[in-house]
Design a protein around this ligand. Structure first.
Ligand SMILES: [Zn+2]
Length: 213
């Protein structure tokens, strides 16, 4: 699948899964020094490959007629300092709830480790106006050493080696936020300790042998 076709595919899935409504949210995928990004103001489930702009690492339009997403500076800032090859940004409901009420998402489930931070925490990037270099810098700081961040009063962002990986990280982030928010409605969610998280890492690195006949 071409970079642009991937944007169409995952844009459609993002809308189908309710991670994105209307024209909110944007995706990008990188190959060498070219980045295909979703266009500004277009519904993500109605994209065609030609609609998706391709920009260089400085944000200059290389192909396409539509304006690149207003959040393109944030995508490029992430590519500039990480080895990410794809970025997914949404305003998903539970991610945004956490991003508007908390300073971080604590580790309530061990799957949070899949988002990169050894402490299982997802940080909330400080608020700044959408599309600004300031927001890009805040997100980059919150993402350091991690594959996911929340953006205060805004939404969430995930990265991956492929668009599929970044997309799955967005699904996981939303699931973790939902579990925590719903948990707060039922009682006081227990937070995993450093030791409990370290034991998960240890077990993942050294899985037990399974018995064979
Ligand atoms: Zn946004």
């Amino acid at each position: 699948m071409s970079l642009r076709e991937q944007l169409c595919e995952y844009g459609r899935r993002a809308v189908e899964l309710g991670l994105v409504i209307g024209t909110s949210g944007n995706l990008s995928v990188r190959d060498a020094d070219r980045v295909a990004v979703t266009p500004s103001g277009a519904a993500l489930d109605r994209l065609t490959p030609e609609m998706c702009p391709i920009v260089d690492m400085a944000g200059r339009l290389v192909a396409g007629d539509l304006r690149p997403s207003s959040e393109t500076p944030m995508h490029l800032a992430i590519y500039e300092t990480t080895d990410a090859r794809a970025v997914v940004h949404t305003h998903s409901v539970f991610g945004t709830v956490v991003a508007t009420t908390m300073a971080e998402l604590p580790p309530v489930h061990y799957n949070a480790l899949m988002l990169g931070g050894m402490d299982g925490v997802v940080k909330v990037a400080e608020y700044a106006t959408y599309g600004t270099p300031e927001l890009a810098a805040n997100v980059r700081a919150a993402l350091e050493g991690r594959r996911a961040a929340l953006m205060a009063n805004h939404g969430g962002v995930t990265v991956g080696a492929t668009l599929e990986e970044a997309f799955e990280a967005t699904r996981l982030l939303e699931w973790l936020c939902e579990v925590y928010v719903r948990g707060l409605g039922v009682g006081r969610p227990a937070i995993l300790t450093k030791e409990q998280l370290a034991a998960v890492v240890e077990r993942t690195l050294n899985p037990p042998d399974f018995p064979r006949l």
